[in-house]
Design a protein around this ligand. Structure first.
Ligand code: ZN
Length: 453
């Protein structure tokens, strides 16, 4: 067994939903054997769109038929489509009508449509990815717009993933770059999990941590190869994205894979942000969030928190009512004006918890700072990796100004119940200082050096 096969074997033992993950060049031909093993006697329905039918769907269909498996096809009728509810209904009707098992041939959107519609029908499906664009293939939950708001619906991950690296390496370069950024997000997200672990709100789950974090540096180490579509580099990237989904399956939470880095993307989704008339990909939006969090950690690790005045911080700690009022102000005029209010109501902690958390930060600061530094890449390094791979290295690349990005920061603190770096900063009264270090003179996103687009 190769290292990769060994890692995958161990990871599959952790994954709760996925039983089979096969990855290699020319692997479309493996689909019938996997289908037969998991769904003997059932009919297959290849679900694809016009593009993915051309690059892989037709071949998967032919392999299934050659193998004597009764096979149908459902093509998404529109050329341009997003993960919207009406498509879930379409796919669900097609799968139900045929009595078949879906074989999702496509990128993240097709996979999410099959994931949710199959769950509605109480069955699983096989995922045949065509791009290393997101970590969502192997995660549970589908991200779908419902009544104009992007939501994550609970549903199991696919029972099998058959990844043909030749197909994935041929995907449009910006899709692969997006996947690279989605994987890179796990770097700062890991550090924010360390903070939640320190505070005791979400302890690190060792197996979910190690399956991904132990190999992350290696999987991100060849941006040139990824940009050039080198099969080994693409395979490493795809494996990293898949392991990230398995880590989420093991933790039964998205904590191993995302934190504030992703909230910038959620904010842009919720405000229907477009650049040059187009919605920006998940990975491209996450790239900007990831860089921003690397910059925040750079600034954070420069501080000396051994001198923290815990008594003063606790004395200044606002009440729940004050925080709720602040949250309402922060989200005034937003599509979901009560979002922050609801989140802070859920995650607010009283003064004694804050005292305990800050005492821990203060007492262990040199050791914690070294651990965060060891975990998070410096902003300059992450930016360079994104430049090489072709992912956004500045918010202007997705049509966001630095001023707009700065305005998102207070919202990202209050968009999710989980503890993040900004929560720590609020408690320690270093929030304004960090924001200034990132967006002020000489900062990573120095507002006076706004890039044109
Ligand atoms: Zn993601």
């Amino acid at each position: 067994m190769t290292n990769s096969e060994l890692r995958i074997k161990r990871a599959l033992e952790l994954a709760q939903d996925t039983k089979v993950f096969e990855m290699g060049e020319g692997y479309l031909s493996r689909v019938p054997a996997v289908f037969e093993q998991l769904f003997p006697g059932r009919m297959a329905l290849v679900v694809a769109d016009v593009n993915t039918w051309r690059v892989a769907g037709a071949e998967v269909y032919a392999w299934l038929q050659d193998d004597g498996i009764e096979t149908g096809v459902f093509l998404i009728p529109d050329r341009e489509f997003h993960a919207e509810w009406k498509y879930v209904e379409m796919v669900e009707a097609a799968v139900k009508g045929s009595g078949a098992v879906a074989v999702a041939v496509g990128s993240g959107v097709i996979n999410d449509l099959c994931k949710l519609s199959s769950a509605h029908l109480g069955q699983s499906y096989i995922c045949v990815p065509t791009a290393a664009s997101v970590d969502g293939y192997s995660s549970f939950g589908a991200s779908i717009s419902y009544e104009g708001v992007k939501q994550t619906f609970d549903c199991p991950a696919p029972v099998a993933i058959v990844a043909d690296i030749s197909v994935i390496a041929d995907a449009p370069k910006e899709m692969t770059a997006a996947g690279y950024a989605d994987l890179a997000a796990k770097i700062p997200a890991g550090a924010e999990w360390m903070i939640a672990d320190l505070f005791g709100t979400e302890p690190i789950i060792p197996e979910a941590w190690h399956v991904l974090q132990d190999v992350l540096d290696e999987m991100l180490s060849d941006p040139e190869g990824v940009a050039a579509g080198k099969p080994e580099a693409i395979a490493a990237l795809f494996e990293g994205l898949t392991l990230s989904g398995f880590a989420m399956q093991a933790a039964r939470s998205s904590r191993p894979a995302s934190c504030t880095d992703h909230l910038f993307s959620h904010y842009l989704d919720m405000t229907h942000h477009q650049f040059r008339g187009k919605l920006q990909s998940h990975g491209f939006q996450v790239a900007v969030g990831t860089l921003t969090m690397c910059a925040f950690f750079d600034a954070f690790c420069k501080l000396d928190l051994t001198q923290l005045d815990v008594d003063a911080c606790v004395a200044a700690w606002p009440t729940l009512e004050q925080e709720q009022a602040r949250a309402l102000k922060v989200f005034e005029g937003f599509v979901d004006p009560k979002l922050g209010y609801n989140v802070i109501t859920q995650k607010y902690q009283g003064a004694e918890d804050v005292r305990r958390e800050l005492e821990a930060v203060k007492a262990r600061w040199p050791e914690l700072r070294d651990a965060y530094r060891a975990q998070v890449y410096p902003f300059a390094k992450m930016q360079r990796l994104f430049e090489i791979v072709g992912a956004p290295s500045d918010p202007s690349h997705i049509g966001v100004t630095r001023a707009q990005l700065k305005a998102m920061v207070p919202k990202t603190q209050l968009m999710r119940w989980r503890i993040n770096l900004l929560d720590l900063a609020k408690r320690a009264r270093i929030y304004d200082e960090l924001v200034e270090a990132v967006f002020g003179p000489g900062g990573a996103w120095d507002l006076s050096e706004e890039q044109e687009f």
